[in-house]
Write a protein of this length. Structure first.
Length: 118
């Protein structure tokens, strides 16, 4: 059973940067893709960035292109999201998720809050 834990969130001023981490454990050999998602207060959850776990192909939401970078360290089963610069519209709880072979639903982490002050 894969478990995901996010870290690195916290209060940041507009224009600042943060690096989120997502550590995966348990059954990680079945992961084929991972991604970062976010949910702002009162809004639907949205995809931020995704990465193919073997090849490294990435995709980004238009709202974060050029500002956020998704990356991974397969040896450490960890995914990252470098966010720079941040603006108040990026205020959300950020979640990581993993898709696994043979599983129809994704595995989710508990989330890490990122409030961005103006």
């Amino acid at each position: 059973q894969v478990q995901l834990v996010e870290s690195g969130g916290g209060l940041v001023q507009a224009g600042g940067s943060l690096r989120l981490s997502c550590a995966a454990s348990g059954g990680t050999s079945s992961i084929y893709a991972m991604g970062w998602f976010r949910r702002a207060p009162g809004q639907e959850r949205e995809s931020v960035a995704t990465i193919n776990w073997s090849g490294g192909t990435t995709s980004y939401a238009d709202s974060v292109k050029g500002r956020f970078t998704i990356s991974k360290d397969n040896a450490k089963n960890t995914m990252f999201l470098q966010m720079n610069p941040l603006n108040p519209d990026d205020t959300s709880v950020y979640y990581c998720a993993a898709r696994r072979f043979g599983k129809s639903s994704a595995t989710w982490g508990p989330g890490t809050p990122v409030p961005v002050s103006s």
